[in-house]
Design a protein around this ligand. Structure first.
Ligand code: HEC
Ligand code: HEC
Length: 121
């Protein structure tokens, strides 16, 4: 009985290690979060930092086909996203998304971008 308990604890430690390594290897801020930073130069000019996209949370709420392949290519860094396109109803600003009452609006910069100048978040 005691051996089994030690075995379980050891297994839990190994599992925790594996999960942390996977998150580290992908250079993500957490498992299931993607950093979108292909537009760093214009982000800097506008006083905002990279976007952290919570893929995990979106996957819980929606079927994959809601976004892939129609709105976003399912390949890291393959989407040429800009705020103009978002505001024009593409990508994050697609119908029923962050341009609609269903989700927080595009002017809440700090909900998506890190290091927003003057934001309290
Ligand atoms: C709300 C929209 C949305 C939903 C729903 C969604 N994804 Fe994604 N997915 C994205 C975005 C945005 C990216 C990032 C693309 C980029 O980096 O340009 C992405 C990236 C990916 C990638 C490439 C990144 C990687 O991990 O290699 C894969 C694969 C992927 N999604 C699969 C899925 C699957 C499978 C589901 C359903 C279980 C799903 N997605 C649901 C928006 C979504
Ligand atoms: C719903 C999420 C979301 C919100 C809210 C949001 N952005 Fe973005 N923004 C993005 C994404 C995604 C990108 C593309 C990131 C990449 O691929 O590099 C982006 C890119 C940018 C860029 C670089 C590309 C370009 O269009 O010049 C700037 C600058 C920018 N955002 C400013 C802002 C400002 C300012 C606000 C608030 C008024 C804001 N964003 C609100 C998601 C968002």
């Amino acid at each position: 009985m005691r051996d089994m308990r030690i075995g379980l604890i050891a297994a839990a430690i190994v599992l925790f290690g594996l999960v942390s390594c996977a998150a580290y290897a992908a250079q993500e801020p957490g498992p299931g979060k993607f950093i979108l930073d292909s537009k760093l130069t214009s982000m800097k000019k506008a006083g905002v930092g990279p976007v952290v996209f919570p893929h995990d949370q979106h996957k819980k709420k929606f079927k994959c086909g809601v976004c892939h392949p129609g709105i976003f290519k399912d390949q890291a860094k393959a989407n040429d996203i800009s705020m103009k396109k978002n505001m024009d109803g593409q990508f994050c600003g697609s119908a029923n998304c962050h341009n609609s009452p269903n989700a927080f609006p595009l002017f809440q910069c700090a909900n998506c971008h890190t290091n927003v100048k003057g934001a309290s978040k």
